[in-house]
Design a protein around this ligand. Structure first.
Ligand SMILES: *[C@@H]1O[C@H](CO)[C@@H](O)[C@H](O)[C@H]1NC(C)=O
Ligand SMILES: *[C@@H]1O[C@H](CO)[C@@H](O)[C@H](O)[C@H]1NC(C)=O
Ligand SMILES: *[C@@H]1O[C@H](CO)[C@@H](O)[C@H](O)[C@H]1NC(C)=O
Ligand SMILES: *[C@@H]1O[C@H](CO)[C@@H](O)[C@H](O)[C@H]1NC(C)=O
Ligand SMILES: *[C@@H]1O[C@H](CO)[C@@H](O)[C@H](O)[C@H]1NC(C)=O
Length: 325
């Protein structure tokens, strides 16, 4: 699906402007997955808030709009004001006012064509806020713990076209490790109850995603499978029935760009219900108030992307995202 009607700049532009309520940056849609301009605006230009208009097609399990956009705001430590097109026929819904501490307000509605005005009070200079989260070393905890035995019980599954290594969580609670490439993911968990009709896995992915543009992902995920048939693990699922009394997820990430995602049944976010510790653990604070679809650490290794010059910023070649048919 080429979007040939759009031109693209030879050099990516970093667009910012100053206001009495902080420094703003702008980028759109697919830009959010790349180093330029998205990361440059935050790290180099030090914007406080990003304005982000988008026509974002929801892609479970990791790239649904509210899920990924709120995670990016947390991972980057910046406000992200996301205004998504609302068109349920195109699977586009989900906007929000996202902060480094979590979502301040969001809207997701796949049932009606109604729009919504979101209002919230945000910190104009989030880095100066007393509640600004501390810097995270995303590999510190995971590199400190012993790999658990049982490496034999893993299996492969695909999330869209990416081949993940999964391990089924067979018990109500436990500790578990799964590795792929340079990435080992560790999970400590306790389900409120272990249902016979629901299967969860711990998954790891370390590799290139995409066909024309190849971008490097490292992903650790606690994920619900659509059915008890393990071959379905990795396929999208929107609802769940299992709550967790606790989870703690960490990975041996080779990047400081990791976006923490937690998604509840019905494609709902979990504001205030989880935290990221300085040592890189994504951890529930109490139990989950709703059943869990996924808790994921989504890492980007921008330096390992395979992007040939000239096509890097072309929506045409990025046309497989929104998703491949
Ligand atoms: C929603 O998307 C569909 C499919 O792309 C398109 O035909 C329709 O015109 C869109 N609706 C609006 C209101 O933009
Ligand atoms: C994070 O922790 C790892 C493991 O202890 C260490 O090797 C690495 O240098 C730390 N990274 C940063 C950015 O401090
Ligand atoms: C994996 O299976 C092999 C062959 O059955 C066995 O020798 C090995 O001990 C197993 N490893 C673990 C970690 O369970
Ligand atoms: C599981 O992890 C918890 C918390 O990190 C730890 O206290 C416990 O000893 C671990 N159990 C096993 C069997 O490794
Ligand atoms: C399990 O799921 C796979 C993939 O969806 C499917 O091909 C297979 O037929 C299913 N097996 C059973 C026993 O339902």
């Amino acid at each position: 699906m080429g979007e040939t009607q759009f031109d693209y700049p030879k050099e990516p532009e970093a667009v910012t402007f100053e206001t009495p309520f902080g420094k703003f940056g702008i980028f759109t849609c697919f830009d959010i997955l790349f180093y330029e301009p998205a990361v440059v605006l935050v790290n180099k230009m030090q914007v406080d808030t990003v304005l982000f208009p988008t026509a974002w097609m929801n892609v479970l399990p990791f790239l649904t709009a509210i899920e990924f956009h709120s995670a990016w705001a947390m991972g980057m430590g910046v406000n992200l004001l996301s205004a998504n097109t609302h068109n349920t026929t195109s699977a586009m819904t989900g906007s929000g006012l996202f902060t480094p501490e979590g979502p301040a307000a969001y809207h997701y509605d796949s049932a009606t064509e109604e729009g919504c005005l979101l209002l919230a009070e945000l910190s104009a200079h989030p880095r100066l806020s007393p509640t600004y989260p501390p810097a995270v070393n995303w590999s510190l905890h995971a590199t400190s713990i012993e790999k658990l035995p049982g490496e034999n019980n893993t299996f492969s599954g695909t999330v869209r076209k990416d081949i993940f290594t999964f391990r089924e969580l067979r018990h109500k609670d436990g500790n578990c490790t799964v590795c792929q490439g340079d990435l080992c993911c560790h999970l400590v968990y306790q389900m409120s109850n272990k249902r016979r009709d629901e299967v969860y896995v711990l998954g790891a992915f370390d590799g290139l995603h995409g066909s024309l543009i190849k971008y490097h992902w490292q992903i650790c995920t606690l994920l619900k499978c659509p059915s008890t048939n393990l071959s379905t693990c990795g396929q999208p699922v929107e609802t769940a029935q299992t709550k967790f009394d606790m989870f703690s997820l960490s990975g041996t990430f080779g990047t400081s760009y990791v976006f923490p995602e937690v998604l509840y049944s019905g494609v709902q976010l979990a504001p205030g219900e989880f935290e990221v510790l300085r040592n890189g653990r994504l951890k529930s604070k109490h139990g989950t108030s709703k059943p869990l679809i996924t808790a994921t650490l989504f890492g980007r290794l921008y330096g390992k992307d395979h992007v040939s010059l000239g096509v890097a910023h072309s929506p045409e070649t990025g046309g497989e995202f929104p998703p491949e048919p």
